[in-house]
Write a protein that binds this ligand. Sequence first.
Ligand code: ADP
Ligand code: MG
Ligand code: MG
Length: 252
Amino acid sequence: MATLEIKGLHVEIEGKEILKGVDLTINTNEIHAIMGPNGTGKSTLAQAIMGHPRYEITSGSVTLDGEDVLEMEVDERANAGLFLAMQYPSEVAGVTNADFLRSAINAKREEGDEIPLMGFIRELDAKMDTLEMHEDMATRYLNEGFSGGEKKRNEILQLMMLKPKFAILDEIDSGLDIDALRIVSKGVNEMRGENFGCLIITHYQRLLDYITPDHVHVMMQGKVVKSGGPELAQKLEAEGYDWLHQELGIEA
Ligand code: ADP
Ligand code: MG
Ligand code: MG
């Protein structure tokens, strides 16, 4: 089992405090969802964990099996087993999707232990099948001219091929129609298991109809203010956030 532990995380953007002490522990074999109104710092949390330079960590810690993630360079975080959907450049001229994936996989492996080409192609084919992706997606240049839905599917393909210990998926549902949502969810569900933990950030409950989380957290004003099981997401969908504002005694 691996553990990603976030403790007392405070983060500023351009001098403004956005995260005000986030605590969250995710183990492999668990899927956590973070919900919350717009502008409460959900994406800030994802970006800070992955080391986006704009986000300044003023206190707190993020560790992966006790290793200090915040001390790592961005590529070291990926090598340590963290994956952030959207971490990759939007377009890479002259690099095909398959080439990009193969070098990303090999970057995580020891020299001399590169993934065999045939094995790679077989696995890529199988996963593209699962995600109902057209086979020419492998030979197209990375993200060049990909539609919004194709980009999201491709991110899940990257996830399935790279097999990180932990993935942070920030609004992978935004802009997806119901078929694409179902397919993307199928990919994430296929990753479920003892070597994989996931943090799903979503504004809507809809995604959680397809990927049932083990734990649901609500973030408001830069903190995790409530945690529960899948029923918490359903309650938020049905009743909104007002009851929670009242329960917590905070202004909306
Ligand atoms: P969420 O993902 O929950 O909608 P964000 O983490 O994107 O929230 O944003 C939290 C707050 O930080 C918002 O008030 C937003 O305006 C501010 N913010 C986010 N990114 C930046 C940025 N790059 N520069 C300045 N302010 C930002
Ligand atoms: Mg937002
Ligand atoms: Mg966001």
